[in-house]
Design a protein around this ligand. Structure first.
Ligand code: SAM
Length: 247
Protein backbone atom coordinates (compact mmCIF):
# COMPACT_ATOMS: atom_id res chain seq x y z
CA UNK A 1 0.00 0.00 0.00
CA UNK A 2 1.56 3.31 -1.07
CA UNK A 3 1.32 6.20 1.36
CA UNK A 4 3.12 9.40 2.39
CA UNK A 5 3.76 10.08 6.07
CA UNK A 6 4.00 13.75 7.06
CA UNK A 7 4.67 14.00 10.79
CA UNK A 8 1.99 11.77 12.33
CA UNK A 9 -0.43 12.09 9.41
CA UNK A 10 -0.71 9.65 6.53
CA UNK A 11 -1.80 10.71 3.03
CA UNK A 12 -2.91 8.17 0.45
CA UNK A 13 -3.66 8.53 -3.25
CA UNK A 14 -6.42 5.87 -3.55
CA UNK A 15 -9.56 5.28 -1.43
CA UNK A 16 -9.06 2.60 1.26
CA UNK A 17 -11.37 -0.04 2.76
CA UNK A 18 -12.09 0.04 6.54
CA UNK A 19 -9.67 -2.83 6.99
CA UNK A 20 -6.89 -1.10 5.05
CA UNK A 21 -7.36 2.03 7.15
CA UNK A 22 -7.11 -0.01 10.39
CA UNK A 23 -3.97 -1.71 9.02
CA UNK A 24 -2.29 1.59 8.11
CA UNK A 25 -3.12 3.17 11.50
CA UNK A 26 -1.67 0.16 13.31
CA UNK A 27 1.46 0.08 11.14
CA UNK A 28 2.28 3.81 11.17
CA UNK A 29 0.75 4.83 14.56
CA UNK A 30 -0.64 7.90 12.78
CA UNK A 31 -3.38 10.13 14.22
CA UNK A 32 -5.05 10.90 10.87
CA UNK A 33 -5.40 9.22 7.47
CA UNK A 34 -6.47 11.37 4.54
CA UNK A 35 -7.03 10.88 0.83
CA UNK A 36 -5.49 13.32 -1.64
CA UNK A 37 -8.49 14.28 -3.77
CA UNK A 38 -6.80 16.42 -6.41
CA UNK A 39 -3.50 17.70 -7.70
CA UNK A 40 -1.74 20.52 -5.87
CA UNK A 41 -3.07 23.60 -7.61
CA UNK A 42 -2.92 27.35 -8.04
CA UNK A 43 -0.59 30.14 -7.11
CA UNK A 44 -0.47 29.02 -3.45
CA UNK A 45 0.15 25.35 -4.44
CA UNK A 46 -2.83 24.26 -2.30
CA UNK A 47 -3.57 20.57 -1.68
CA UNK A 48 -7.06 19.06 -1.39
CA UNK A 49 -7.76 16.13 0.95
CA UNK A 50 -10.63 14.11 2.43
CA UNK A 51 -10.20 12.72 5.94
CA UNK A 52 -10.67 8.94 6.20
CA UNK A 53 -9.67 8.49 9.85
CA UNK A 54 -9.09 10.88 12.78
CA UNK A 55 -9.68 14.62 12.56
CA UNK A 56 -6.50 16.65 13.19
CA UNK A 57 -4.70 17.99 10.11
CA UNK A 58 -1.90 19.95 11.78
CA UNK A 59 1.37 18.14 12.45
CA UNK A 60 5.12 18.60 12.89
CA UNK A 61 7.26 16.83 10.30
CA UNK A 62 10.94 16.17 10.99
CA UNK A 63 13.44 16.04 8.10
CA UNK A 64 17.24 16.36 8.04
CA UNK A 65 17.14 17.50 11.68
CA UNK A 66 14.68 20.35 10.92
CA UNK A 67 11.11 20.70 12.19
CA UNK A 68 8.31 21.76 9.85
CA UNK A 69 4.89 22.53 11.32
CA UNK A 70 2.08 22.53 8.74
CA UNK A 71 -1.59 21.85 8.18
CA UNK A 72 -1.76 19.16 5.50
CA UNK A 73 -5.27 20.23 4.49
CA UNK A 74 -4.01 23.68 3.49
CA UNK A 75 -0.28 23.40 2.79
CA UNK A 76 1.61 21.11 0.41
CA UNK A 77 4.53 18.87 1.31
CA UNK A 78 6.42 17.46 -1.66
CA UNK A 79 8.17 14.18 -0.92
CA UNK A 80 9.76 14.39 -4.38
CA UNK A 81 11.71 17.54 -3.35
CA UNK A 82 13.45 15.86 -0.41
CA UNK A 83 16.89 15.66 -2.10
CA UNK A 84 16.69 19.31 -3.16
CA UNK A 85 15.84 20.40 0.41
CA UNK A 86 18.90 18.46 1.56
CA UNK A 87 21.11 19.96 -1.18
CA UNK A 88 19.99 23.51 -0.33
CA UNK A 89 20.85 22.95 3.34
CA UNK A 90 24.61 23.25 2.68
CA UNK A 91 24.66 25.35 -0.49
CA UNK A 92 25.40 28.71 1.18
CA UNK A 93 27.94 30.02 3.70
CA UNK A 94 28.46 32.55 6.52
CA UNK A 95 29.25 35.45 4.16
CA UNK A 96 26.09 35.31 2.08
CA UNK A 97 22.76 37.08 1.98
CA UNK A 98 20.10 34.78 0.59
CA UNK A 99 16.63 35.62 -0.74
CA UNK A 100 14.05 32.83 -0.93
CA UNK A 101 11.43 34.32 -3.29
CA UNK A 102 8.83 31.53 -2.76
CA UNK A 103 9.51 30.50 0.83
CA UNK A 104 6.32 28.56 1.67
CA UNK A 105 6.64 27.21 5.22
CA UNK A 106 10.44 27.38 4.96
CA UNK A 107 11.08 24.26 2.87
CA UNK A 108 14.49 25.59 1.74
CA UNK A 109 15.00 28.59 4.06
CA UNK A 110 14.90 26.51 7.27
CA UNK A 111 17.55 23.87 6.39
CA UNK A 112 19.70 26.47 4.61
CA UNK A 113 19.64 28.90 7.56
CA UNK A 114 20.35 26.07 10.00
CA UNK A 115 23.21 24.28 8.23
CA UNK A 116 24.84 26.99 6.05
CA UNK A 117 24.42 29.76 8.62
CA UNK A 118 24.36 32.70 6.17
CA UNK A 119 24.21 36.30 7.45
CA UNK A 120 20.52 36.63 6.54
CA UNK A 121 17.83 34.75 4.67
CA UNK A 122 14.95 36.95 3.48
CA UNK A 123 12.07 34.46 3.18
CA UNK A 124 9.22 35.93 1.11
CA UNK A 125 5.80 34.27 1.12
CA UNK A 126 2.51 35.54 -0.28
CA UNK A 127 0.03 33.07 1.26
CA UNK A 128 -0.86 34.21 4.83
CA UNK A 129 -1.40 30.58 5.97
CA UNK A 130 1.99 29.43 4.69
CA UNK A 131 3.53 32.61 6.16
CA UNK A 132 2.02 31.76 9.58
CA UNK A 133 3.75 28.34 9.51
CA UNK A 134 6.97 29.88 8.19
CA UNK A 135 7.09 32.10 11.31
CA UNK A 136 6.21 29.11 13.55
CA UNK A 137 8.99 27.06 11.93
CA UNK A 138 11.60 29.79 12.41
CA UNK A 139 10.72 29.73 16.14
CA UNK A 140 10.54 25.93 16.36
CA UNK A 141 14.03 25.61 14.84
CA UNK A 142 15.37 28.50 16.98
CA UNK A 143 16.73 30.38 13.95
CA UNK A 144 17.79 34.01 14.26
CA UNK A 145 19.01 34.58 10.69
CA UNK A 146 15.70 34.41 8.78
CA UNK A 147 13.61 37.52 8.12
CA UNK A 148 10.11 36.40 7.04
CA UNK A 149 8.24 38.77 4.72
CA UNK A 150 4.51 38.41 4.01
CA UNK A 151 4.17 39.75 0.48
CA UNK A 152 4.06 39.06 -3.21
CA UNK A 153 7.79 38.96 -4.01
CA UNK A 154 7.23 41.43 -6.88
CA UNK A 155 6.27 44.10 -4.34
CA UNK A 156 9.24 43.65 -2.02
CA UNK A 157 11.78 46.44 -1.97
CA UNK A 158 15.09 44.53 -1.91
CA UNK A 159 17.61 45.81 -4.47
CA UNK A 160 21.09 44.56 -5.38
CA UNK A 161 21.30 42.71 -2.05
CA UNK A 162 21.44 38.92 -2.64
CA UNK A 163 24.42 36.65 -3.18
CA UNK A 164 21.99 33.82 -3.76
CA UNK A 165 18.33 33.63 -4.76
CA UNK A 166 16.07 30.59 -4.52
CA UNK A 167 13.15 30.47 -6.97
CA UNK A 168 11.44 27.27 -5.75
CA UNK A 169 8.27 27.64 -7.79
CA UNK A 170 7.18 25.89 -10.96
CA UNK A 171 4.35 28.00 -12.31
CA UNK A 172 5.78 30.33 -15.01
CA UNK A 173 8.84 30.96 -12.85
CA UNK A 174 10.54 32.90 -15.67
CA UNK A 175 7.98 35.70 -15.22
CA UNK A 176 9.65 36.41 -11.86
CA UNK A 177 13.19 36.69 -13.27
CA UNK A 178 12.98 40.51 -13.71
CA UNK A 179 12.47 40.79 -9.93
CA UNK A 180 15.25 38.26 -9.26
CA UNK A 181 17.75 40.36 -11.26
CA UNK A 182 16.66 43.45 -9.33
CA UNK A 183 17.39 41.62 -6.03
CA UNK A 184 20.69 40.01 -7.16
CA UNK A 185 24.05 41.63 -6.38
CA UNK A 186 26.45 42.29 -9.27
CA UNK A 187 27.66 38.72 -8.84
CA UNK A 188 25.49 35.89 -7.58
CA UNK A 189 23.64 32.63 -8.05
CA UNK A 190 19.99 31.99 -8.89
CA UNK A 191 18.48 28.55 -8.21
CA UNK A 192 15.87 28.61 -10.94
CA UNK A 193 13.13 25.94 -10.93
CA UNK A 194 11.01 25.04 -13.93
CA UNK A 195 8.79 22.23 -15.21
CA UNK A 196 9.87 21.41 -18.73
CA UNK A 197 9.33 18.80 -21.47
CA UNK A 198 12.09 16.18 -21.47
CA UNK A 199 12.98 17.01 -25.12
CA UNK A 200 13.98 20.58 -24.26
CA UNK A 201 15.02 20.04 -20.66
CA UNK A 202 18.64 21.12 -21.20
CA UNK A 203 17.86 24.06 -23.50
CA UNK A 204 14.69 25.96 -22.57
CA UNK A 205 15.55 26.95 -18.96
CA UNK A 206 18.96 28.22 -20.12
CA UNK A 207 17.45 30.17 -23.03
CA UNK A 208 15.04 31.86 -20.60
CA UNK A 209 17.80 32.68 -18.12
CA UNK A 210 19.98 34.15 -20.88
CA UNK A 211 17.06 36.11 -22.32
CA UNK A 212 16.26 37.88 -19.05
CA UNK A 213 19.92 38.24 -18.05
CA UNK A 214 20.57 40.20 -21.25
CA UNK A 215 17.65 42.58 -20.62
CA UNK A 216 18.87 43.30 -17.08
CA UNK A 217 22.57 43.61 -18.06
CA UNK A 218 23.81 40.35 -16.56
CA UNK A 219 25.84 37.57 -18.13
CA UNK A 220 25.31 33.86 -17.41
CA UNK A 221 28.86 32.78 -16.57
CA UNK A 222 28.26 29.20 -15.44
CA UNK A 223 25.40 26.80 -14.86
CA UNK A 224 24.45 23.28 -13.89
CA UNK A 225 21.06 21.60 -14.38
CA UNK A 226 19.68 19.09 -11.87
CA UNK A 227 16.62 16.87 -12.31
CA UNK A 228 14.42 17.05 -9.20
CA UNK A 229 11.55 14.74 -10.10
CA UNK A 230 9.32 13.51 -12.91
CA UNK A 231 6.39 15.94 -12.84
CA UNK A 232 4.12 14.35 -15.47
CA UNK A 233 4.65 11.91 -18.37
CA UNK A 234 7.50 13.42 -20.43
CA UNK A 235 7.80 16.44 -18.12
CA UNK A 236 10.54 17.08 -15.54
CA UNK A 237 10.86 19.44 -12.62
CA UNK A 238 14.40 20.75 -12.94
CA UNK A 239 16.51 23.31 -11.12
CA UNK A 240 19.33 25.31 -12.69
CA UNK A 241 22.12 26.61 -10.47
CA UNK A 242 22.91 29.69 -12.57
CA UNK A 243 25.85 31.95 -11.82
CA UNK A 244 25.63 35.54 -13.11
CA UNK A 245 27.73 38.66 -13.15
CA UNK A 246 26.73 42.18 -14.16
CA UNK A 247 28.14 43.39 -17.47
N1 SAM B 1 9.82 24.28 -3.32
C1 SAM B 1 8.82 23.87 -2.37
C2 SAM B 1 9.15 22.48 -1.80
O1 SAM B 1 10.31 22.16 -1.63
O2 SAM B 1 8.26 21.71 -1.48
C3 SAM B 1 7.45 23.95 -2.97
C4 SAM B 1 7.02 25.25 -3.57
S1 SAM B 1 6.32 26.38 -2.41
C5 SAM B 1 4.83 25.57 -2.02
C6 SAM B 1 5.88 27.78 -3.37
C7 SAM B 1 5.35 28.91 -2.51
O3 SAM B 1 5.42 30.12 -3.24
C8 SAM B 1 3.89 28.76 -2.06
O4 SAM B 1 3.84 28.76 -0.67
C9 SAM B 1 3.19 30.01 -2.65
O5 SAM B 1 2.20 30.53 -1.80
C10 SAM B 1 4.36 30.96 -2.82
N2 SAM B 1 4.16 32.00 -3.83
C11 SAM B 1 3.55 31.91 -5.04
N3 SAM B 1 3.61 33.08 -5.70
C12 SAM B 1 4.30 33.94 -4.90
C13 SAM B 1 4.70 35.30 -5.05
N4 SAM B 1 4.42 35.99 -6.14
N5 SAM B 1 5.39 35.89 -4.03
C14 SAM B 1 5.69 35.17 -2.91
N6 SAM B 1 5.33 33.88 -2.72
C15 SAM B 1 4.64 33.27 -3.70
Amino acid sequence: MKYQKIGDIVLVKKPLSEEEIREIVKKTKCKTVALKTSQIVGEFRRPYIKILYGKETETIHKEHGCLFKLDVSKIMWSQGNIKERERMARISNENEIVVDMFAGIGYFSIPLAKYSNPKTVYAIEKNPIAYHYLCENIKLNKLKNIIPILSDNRNVNLRNIADRIIMGYIHKTHKFLPKAFEILKDKGVIHYHETVAEKVMYERPIERLKYYAKIYNYKLVDYKIFKIKKYAPGVWHVVVDAKFCAC
